[in-house]
Design a protein around this ligand. Structure first.
Ligand code: HEC
Length: 156
């Protein structure tokens, strides 16, 4: 029963999001309504204030992040191409601050309520990304995997 509801929800979302699939620009200019919500430093709202990036990427973190992605995120997010339920992760790390991404993962309910960019996504997708109790450590591994994914996409 729960599964049927989920499938129906997914179908509804795919229809809703499909119309926006070609808009991957993510620029504020494309959505003037965002500016009215609140001042925005691009880092989102939550515990994550400063992320130190790794260059080169840490392969063990990439692997851990990938495993979590496959378990908890892949149903709604693809790594390239168009939106499914949620936006594709292609280009995500060039579009968002790393702090924003980690706050979105670990503090999604507050982000969807108060962060202008998260709210804009919610308006497009008409569904809320569920809070899956991802720890900050796991979120950091997922972030590493996202950078890896964007490097792979760029190389293609
Ligand atoms: C049930 C579907 C679903 C699952 C599972 C899910 N998400 Fe999402 N996600 C969404 C939707 C829908 C959005 C767009 C915002 C909204 O409408 O809530 C989103 C947005 C995002 C964004 C912002 C994307 C952008 O373009 O800025 C990130 C980052 C994200 N999700 C990460 C994750 C991670 C990490 C996981 C796994 C731990 C995950 N999501 C699991 C549905 C999901």
């Amino acid at each position: 029963m729960k599964k049927t509801l989920f499938v129906l929800a997914v179908i509804a979302i795919v229809i809703a999001c499909g119309q926006q699939a070609s808009d991957t620009s993510g620029q504020n200019a494309s959505n003037p309504a965002q500016e009215e919500v609140m001042p925005n430093d691009g880092k989102g709202i939550g515990e994550i204030k400063n992320v130190t990036l790794n260059d080169p990427l840490h392969e063990d973190m990439v692997e851990k992040g990938k495993a979590i992605y496959e378990m908890k995120c892949a149903a709604c997010h693809k790594l390239s191409g168009a939106r499914v339920v949620g936006p594709s992760w292609a280009g995500l790390t060039t579009k968002r601050e790393p702090e924003w991404i980690m706050n979105m993962i670990t503090n999604v309910d507050v982000m969807l309520e108060k962060d202008p960019e998260a709210r804009a996504l919610l308006e497009e997708c008409l569904t809320r990304m569920p809070n899956q109790n991802v720890s900050i450590g796991d979120a950091r591994d997922i972030l590493e995997f996202m950078y890896h994914n964007d490097q792979e996409n760029a190389a293609e």
